[in-house]
Write a protein that binds this ligand. Structure first.
Ligand SMILES: Nc1nc2c(c(=O)[nH]1)N[C@H]1C(S)=C(S)[C@@H](COP(=O)(O)OP(=O)(O)OC[C@H]3O[C@@H](n4cnc5c(=O)[nH]c(N)nc54)[C@H](O)[C@@H]3O)O[C@H]1N2
Ligand SMILES: Nc1nc2c(c(=O)[nH]1)N[C@H]1C(S)=C(S)[C@@H](COP(=O)(O)OP(=O)(O)OC[C@H]3O[C@@H](n4cnc5c(=O)[nH]c(N)nc54)[C@H](O)[C@@H]3O)O[C@H]1N2
Ligand SMILES: [Mo]
Length: 763
């Protein structure tokens, strides 16, 4: 397999931290920035991050506070590291590609590839060569156009995106793919919050969260489920700190005692830096992986029983009667639960769950926040539907301080969906495209990420365009996926930095370097901005501020417009050239195609941006019944046989998705190494292993294929019994392509049954 080398293997383990952020965090960010670029560029990026007329931080999709109350440094350690990774002064030149063949690059680690700096000119690897060589933009785009025109069917082409894309580029990409003739628009959402979208579409009629930042601040009780905000959404901790100051409580549900869930030291306050910080979780439920469905079923049963005991005082009958359907059937089935099952699935006691019930009963407003711990499970969709049941029972939707909050990852992943990056976009969206642009888009659904891999494997797809992202490392079953990509005739990637998807490539491969979010984007002498939508449906502008990494870079909008013109020609209906000339022209079209974007150009001039309305909050449900739907969900959990553990693959503190920025995971006390597996000491003993033993991780699956991730060091860690944790993407090799969540088709990255096989000591 590709990229097995690890730059350092000098593991040092310290005690896991009990708090997140604080003074060292800011120092770490600045240290990383200075290792990448000059003090001037560091200052320029950091001072402009998340400010009006500044750069929208690409670090995550957590919303920004109202601009009138925004601190000068509204960013976090990890956001700052992330944007400075893009702002790096290091450059990859044509000489670099002469020095290293593609095979040699393929042996390098993901870390090393990223550290080489920004891509600077278009490169091609021809079918008879093992080296990338320079190619002009015109020749590169001609080659793609020729390939696309030569396919037997437009459905042989795949157009992947990651949520880094701006609304403008995303809108053009989906328009291009559909005008070309396919809905094959797989994206990172398929591996991320697809389960949230599926569950919420079904039950509430809309796939987006319903809460605002104000709701978070003013909630009585917030659940943080399957999420590690200290690392992945650090600014969320500032919001939770405010919830607590306002008298709200927090319940954290996680197999790991994550630092940020326990205590938070706010780096923007002297009190935070010097003091003990704020205790975040009032109650921590150390759940077994995959146990959340059982937990919420149990909570819902306890609420029904509390209502039985004191009729008319527990459930919000008014909400249930006016807005929902299916309550009777739900309530009948809910009573079938057995506490033995709940205990086996969750590892929690009844008393612990009753304590949570009491908190719920004492709260007039409840919010459920969740992330990958729920979505990347086989029964993730059912679990999230059960969370929705839980909210509906007490009318915790559409009122202040209450609601559903899937916490998104990529900074514009939600916006990309709004813009139509979706292989199963509703027909109403396609009809709007047709009305605006005068062509009939294909109506059959396209391929998502997992199905795209299958299509490449069996020759149904032969062309792959990746616009941002790192497909080969983001997807499961690495050996299978690598084979799939290598079978393509042409793979092309629009990227800012070098990654594995450039070394695991098709017969012919193209690297098309582009501007990043922080780079100044000037078209015809006029500075352009782009727009994004955060996790709470706020849409606002982002202005690049830095000198681009090279003169040859084109913006994503330019590349896509030029490619589309070559393939489809310019027409009065779709004037690709004018889109490139000024992005206002794209936003004008968006305002006519995408619901709730009227007067887009005028409204986005407000530095605060504007919030897209969520119909759920006005009691409008776009479901089959026109009401919010209670669901009944079969009891399911992850039952590892004796001798096996449930492995979750997660992020370290020093990585951004598929890219490690360093070898440390500071809060968990792991230093200088990534090939570690965190296991409860009692499990280590029960498995006959020892702390620091060398093991291979081997996953078991119905197909009988042995999937192996070699050479991991066992680290004794306070993880839930029966579980194990190791980093992604090193462990993607263990996730079978067919091991996906029901309904959403999301790989089960958080629920892989593995055994730990001791590596025979070399004498
Ligand atoms: N610095 C940084 N920020 C990021 C990213 C990054 O890589 N680095 N990635 C961005 C992206 S795209 C995303 S999607 C988000 C991801 O944000 P998270 O979802 O926080 O990311 P993960 O590291 O996958 O962590 C999953 C958490 O779920 C817990 N968990 C695992 N299994 C279960 C389970 O069965 N039940 C429960 N209750 N908990 C479980 C894990 O212990 C862990 O705390 O972060 C975004 N922000
Ligand atoms: N096992 C396992 N697998 C997972 C997950 C997991 O928890 N466990 N998490 C899943 C999740 S939640 C997600 S979101 C996916 C992430 O999957 P992706 O979004 O595909 O991966 P990234 O690592 O974010 O992509 C990084 C690359 O994007 C490019 N890039 C960065 N900025 C820009 C830009 O502005 N423009 C362009 N054109 N390119 C840019 C750079 O070349 C960089 O190398 O991975 C998924 N895979
Ligand atoms: Mo994500």
């Amino acid at each position: 397999m590709s990229g097995m080398q690890d730059p350092s293997d000098d593991l040092k383990v310290t005690r896991p931290k009990k708090w997140a952020t604080g003074a060292p965090a800011v120092a770490h960010a600045i240290q990383y920035s200075l290792s990448q670029t000059s003090p001037k560029r560091t200052a320029l990026t950091l001072l402009n991050l998340n400010q009006g007329k500044g750069i929208d931080c690409p670090g995550c999709a957590w919303p920004d506070p109202d601009p009138n109350h925004r601190p000068m440094n509204e960013y976090c350690e990890n956001g700052a590291k992330h944007v400075n990774d893009e702002a790096t002064s290091k450059r990859i030149t044509r000489e670099f590609f002469q020095q290293y063949s593609v095979s040699e690059l393929d042996d390098k680690s993901d870390y090393w590839l990223n550290q080489q700096g920004r891509l600077t000119e278009p490169m091609i690897k021809r079918s008879d060569s093992d080296f990338y060589e320079p190619i002009s933009w015109d020749a590169a785009l001609d080659l793609i156009a020729e390939e696309l025109r030569g396919l037997d069917s437009p459905n042989e082409a795949l157009f992947y995106t990651s949520g880094r894309l701006s609304n403008e580029a995303a809108f053009l990409l989906q328009l291009f793919a559909r005008a070309y003739g396919t809905n094959n628009l797989p994206d990172c959402s398929n591996m991320c919050h697809e389960s949230s979208g599926s569950a919420m579409q079904q039950t509430l009629g809309v796939g987006k969260g319903t809460v605002s930042l104000d709701d978070i601040h003013n909630s009585d009780l917030i659940f943080v489920i399957g999420q590690n905000p200290g690392t992945n959404h650090p600014r969320m901790l500032t919001a939770l700190e405010r919830t607590k100051r306002n008298g709200g409580e927090i319940v954290a549900v996680n197999p790991l005692p994550e630092a940020g869930l326990l205590r938070f030291k706010n780096p923007q306050k002297v009190r935070g830096v010097l003091g003990r910080g704020t205790e975040i979780a009032d109650q921590f439920l150390q759940i077994r992986p995959g146990g959340d469905l059982a937990l919420f079923k149990a909570l819902n049963l306890l609420l029904l029983e509390a209502e039985d005991a004191n009729p008319g005082t527990v459930l919000d009958h008014d909400y249930i009667r006016t807005h929902t359907t299916g309550f009777e059937e739900f309530a009948r089935r809910a009573r079938e639960l057995s506490w033995d099952q709940v205990h086996a699935a969750t590892g929690l006691t009844r008393a612990e769950i009753e304590q949570v019930r009491d908190r719920v009963l004492a709260s007039n407003s409840v919010i459920a926040c969740w992330a990958m711990g729920l979505t990347q499970q086989k029964h993730g969709v059912a679990t999230i539907r059960e969370v929705v049941n839980f909210l509906m029972l007490r009318g915790n939707l559409g009122k202040p301080g209450a609601g559903a909050c899937p916490v998104r990852g990529h900074s514009n992943v939600q916006g990309d969906r709004t813009m139509g990056i979706w292989e199963r976009v509703p027909q109403s969206f396609l009809d709007s495209i047709e009305a605006e642009f005068g062509f009939t888009p294909p109506s059959e659904h396209g391929l998502d990420s997992v199905d795209s891999i299958r299509a490449m494997l069996d020759g149904r797809a032969r062309f792959f365009l990746g616009v941002a992202g790192n497909f080969v490392r983001a997807t499961p079953d690495s050996e299978v996926t690598e084979k799939a990509l290598r079978q393509c005739r042409l793979t092309a990637h629009i990227s800012t930095k070098l990654n594995r998807s450039h070394t695991v490539c098709g017969e012919t491969a193209l690297i098309l370097p582009t501007l990043g979010r922080s780079d100044r984007d000037v078209q015809n002498g006029i500075e352009q901005f782009v727009t994004v939508e955060d996790s709470m449906s706020m849409v606002h502008a982002s202005f690049g501020r830095l000198e681009p990494a090279s003169e040859s870079l084109l913006s994503e909008v330019s590349i896509l417009s030029r490619l589309a013109r070559r393939v489809l020609g310019d027409s009065p209906e779709i004037p690709w050239e004018s889109f490139e000339e000024h992005y206002d022209a794209i936003r004008d079209r968006i305002s006519r195609v995408v619901p709730d974007f009227e007067d887009f150009n005028q409204r986005v001039a407000d530095p605060a941006g504007f919030r897209l309305p969520n119909p759920v909050n006005r009691g409008e449900f776009r479901t089959a019944s026109g009401k919010a739907e209670f669901s009944t969900n079969e009891f399911e959990w992850l039952d590892a046989p004796e001798g096996y553990l449930v492995l979750q693959s997660l992020r370290s503190h020093d990585q951004w998705n598929t890219i490690p920025y360093a070898m440390d995971d500071r809060y968990r006390g792991i230093h200088n190494a990534r090939r570690v597996v965190l296991v409860n000491p009692d499990d280590i003993e029960a498995l006959g292993l020892t702390d620091r033993a060398e093991v291979d991780l081997v996953s078991v699956w119905h197909d009988g294929v042995e999937r192996r991730a070699p050479s991991f060091t066992v680290v004794s860690y306070p993880a839930a019994r029966g579980s194990a944790a190791a980093y992604y993407p090193e462990t993607n090799v263990l996730v079978p392509l067919d091991s996906v969540a029901d309904v959403s088709n999301t790989p089960t990255s958080k629920g892989v049954i593995v055994r730990l096989e001791p590596v025979a000591q070399q004498s």
